[in-house]
Write a protein that binds this ligand. Structure first.
Ligand SMILES: C[S@@+](CC[C@H](N)C(=O)[O-])C[C@H]1O[C@@H](n2cnc3c(N)ncnc32)[C@H](O)[C@@H]1O
Length: 263
């Protein structure tokens, strides 16, 4: 585990970890891209007219608008944080919270620590805890890198480390958007990935006993149409956005006469 400050107390059981699982699962090794990630991303998203930072800011704004409205002392995991760009923005936007960035790529984590190590409420890990300790888990553009047959296992693992009333928020590419499909096809670190439709994600969530509490398409207009961006928040139902976001909560067990939970 790589962390800059003592934060894992006894409630974190580090005997089991997700690293082994992650190594078996990724078709692309992001260790090869840790130095060039942002540069490559900037090169492949040119059709949008924007740089990678636009998309990180966009996600942060989605989190502020729909997920975490106020700065509260909560514990947030950015699962598959890559080189930590989004995690850092979240840490700056929510100074009372503690943000943990985890990625299966240890080189990406090293890069993240090297460039963002000064943020006091941001901690990078190369191992996941195994107890229910997170209020919010963000998973940004990670699931399409996980093989279809392994997605349920990963989502169940994330569910298992979420607090009972916590939320998992997933951002994913929308395969209905032709610009997204073209971008993914030309992106070197997207080689061999399989995009996931929002409907497929809803089904996956249901299979993992997770309730969908919010789903919407996002990122509709490229830069040359930026004047229309003011109406984007009203278009969430339209399956044309370049990406989508979906928020999930644990399905609470019904209690009969206040006694035992019903399974
Ligand atoms: C496209 S990058 C996205 C990085 C970051 N979330 C962002 O938005 O820039 C996908 C990341 O997911 C990570 N990843 C893929 N499978 C993973 C797994 N099973 N466990 C943890 N990280 C994983 C990769 O190492 C990579 O850094």
């Amino acid at each position: 585990m790589i962390n800059r400050q003592p934060f894992f107390d006894s409630k974190f059981d580090t005997k089991k970890n997700c690293q082994e699982l992650a190594n078996n699962i990724m078709p692309v090794d992001f260790d090869d891209y840790s130095d060039s990630y942002q540069e490559l991303l900037n090169g492949t998203i040119w059709l949008s007219g924007e740089k990678a930072d636009y998309f990180f800011d966009y996600k942060l704004n989605c989190i502020k608008r729909w997920i975490l409205k106020n700065d509260q002392a909560v514990t947030i995991l950015d699962f598959g944080c890559g080189i930590g760009k989004l995690a850092a923005l979240i840490a700056q936007a929510y100074p009372q919270s503690t943000i943990y960035g985890y990625d299966a790529s240890s080189k990406s984590i090293e890069t993240a620590i090297g460039s963002l190590g000064q943020l006091k409420n941001l901690v990078f890990l190369n191992q996941l805890p195994t107890t229910q300790c997170f209020d919010l888990i963000i998973v940004a553009n990670v699931f399409h890198h996980i093989k279809q047959e392994d997605r349920k296992q990963i989502l169940l693992h994330l569910r298992s480390i979420l607090k009972p009333d916590g939320t998992i928020t997933v951002f994913e590419h929308n395969p209905f958007n032709p610009i997204t499909v073209h971008t993914v096809k030309t992106c070197p670190f997207d080689a061999g990935v399989e995009l996931i439709r929002l409907g497929q994600f809803v089904k996956l969530a249901t299979r993992c006993d997770l309730r969908v509490c919010m789903e919407r398409y996002i990122v509709f207009f490229p830069k040359f149409l930026r004047f229309f961006r003011v109406i984007e928040t009203f278009l969430g139902f339209l399956p044309l956005g370049a990406q989508y976001m979906i928020s999930l909560r644990k399905i609470s067990k019904l209690t009969v006469y206040g006694s035992r939970p019903v399974n």
